[in-house]
Design a protein around this ligand. Structure first.
Ligand code: FMN
Length: 420
């Protein structure tokens, strides 16, 4: 029988029977489920935007690329490059992959598949420790899933993950940065894809695509410091010579990377070029099931994620410009809904976000809904108050209580769920 949600009930009443969310490593999330992912985005994937996307079915988020050397050396860099909150990760009902056998998943969750046989150090990442993730009463998770009722017997309640992305040409700096940031994140990703000239000249980003041994040494150095099981992934672009992509992947697998993200464009391609799904498929086939993979490039709507998974065999799908344009993309919205704008304004003012970034995010989110004249007007607004007032005059109504509140979900308004 479909069960109607009582919209007058308190959260305590609605969520009284909620099980504890499972806390998984990113690779386990990718192995057991099909997560949606927010890409690392310089300047843009900061705390307010990460939290925002996690309200809309984005299960894994990334910080912007951080320079490991600066981060490990200077307190001022750490303060400006990274902030987090206990609430930023979402809590989701996630459907188990059909092909996964329960026992196999359980085995991996306990850490067996990631344990180096000679590594007897205590685990640094507790997989089932919910202590930080419940409110003061200890009863409700800080973040609640969209519906209080399990959508089907095949769904688990899972907490999302947040990964720090670093750029480095130097193993020791990367390990130092990993050690400093590790209490606050669920893993580290090494950027092997930034195509900008300055980055290439510094030996980071794309410069690593043809230095597989250095990538391997950097991953190993982090693992030596943090423990063999500590999650370290890499994000790569495909190489015009696919043999070199194969070599990079095989070498990185020797260092026990936990998962791999493949952006299906080469270093020389612009983002206007269509993503090469065959290149991503080639990389997935090279990995041959040794670690889970995510695909990245041209995810503009939910159906693009379906096509990416079906065509390439990736488990995770990563959105970048599509999520900037519509942070509710993975929840199935075609354009940014007004409640998403409201949430962004609310999160930005609670966490704090400098005006140029606040303004830029709103411009990205609303671009498709603005006329040319409106764009010009909006871009001329100098401060947050002017921007918010103007949005309100256009009926975005961000001050409406029903659209704010500390705990909110993207789907409650249209929730009719199947009881099991
Ligand atoms: C504003 C912006 C900032 C980006 N910053 C990063 C970054 O910090 N690290 C990274 O690996 N890629 C970065 N990228 C690349 C994206 O993560 C992604 O690989 C690329 O945009 C392709 O995905 P898309 O076609 O869905 O946009 C950035 C892209 C944009 C548009």
């Amino acid at each position: 029988m479909p069960q109607q949600i009582d919209h007058d009930a308190t959260d305590e009443q609605l969520y009284a029977d909620l099980p504890d969310p499972v806390i998984l490593k990113p690779a386990d999330l990718l192995s057991d489920y099909q997560p949606n992912i927010l890409a690392p985005l310089v300047r843009c994937s900061k705390l307010p935007f990460r939290h925002l996307t996690s309200l809309y079915e984005t299960h894994i988020t990334h910080t912007p690329m951080i320079l490991a050397e600066e981060f490990s050396r200077a307190q001022v860099a750490r303060i400006s490059d990274f902030s987090t909150s206990l609430d930023e990760r979402g809590v989701f009902w996630m459907e188990k992959k059909k092909s996964r056998k329960g026992k196999e998943a359980e085995h991996e969750r306990e850490g067996h598949s990631y344990s180096h046989p000679e590594d007897d150090r205590p685990r640094q990442l507790q997989t089932q420790d919910g202590s930080d993730h419940f409110d003061d009463t200890g009863r409700l998770p800080r973040r609640l899933p969209p519906t209080p009722v399990r959508p089907s017997a095949n769904h688990d309640l899972v907490r999302g993950c947040m990964i720090a992305q670093f750029a480095s040409p130097n193993p020791t700096s990367l390990a130092d940065a990993a050690e400093l940031i590790s209490p606050h994140v669920d893993g580290l990703d090494l950027n092997c894809g930034c195509p900008q000239r300055w980055a290439y000249n510094e030996g980071i980003g794309c410069a690593l695509l043809r230095k597989p041994e250095l990538v391997r040494d950097m991953v190993r150095c982090v693992k030596d410091r943090m423990g063999w099981e500590w999650p370290v992934s890499i994000k790569i672009r495909v190489d015009p010579e696919l043999k070199l992509t194969e070599q990079l992947i095989k070498t990185a697998l020797q260092a026990n990377i936990s998962h791999l993200t493949i952006h299906g464009r080469t270093r020389h391609q612009s983002s206007a070029d269509p993503v090469n799904l065959d290149g991503i498929k080639f990389a997935v086939e090279t990995v041959n099931g040794q670690v889970p993979c995510s695909g990245n490039g041209d995810i503009w709507e939910l159906n693009d994620a379906v096509i990416m998974r079906e065509t390439t065999g990736v488990s995770g799908v990563m959105g970048a410009r599509g999520l900037l344009a519509n942070p509710a993309l993975f929840a199935g919205y075609k354009t940014t809904p007004s409640h998403c704008v409201s949430q962004f304004i609310s999160l930005s003012s609670s966490y704090g976000l400098i005006h140029p970034l606040f303004h830029r995010h709103l411009a990205y989110m609303l671009e498709s809904q603005f006329s040319r004249a409106e764009k010009i007007w909006f871009n001329s607004l100098g401060g947050p108050v002017g921007a918010i007032d103007w949005l309100e005059s256009r009926g975005l109504g961000w001050r409406k209580q029903s659209e704010r509140g500390t705990i909110w979900d993207a789907r409650r308004g249209r929730a009719v769920v199947q009881a099991i």
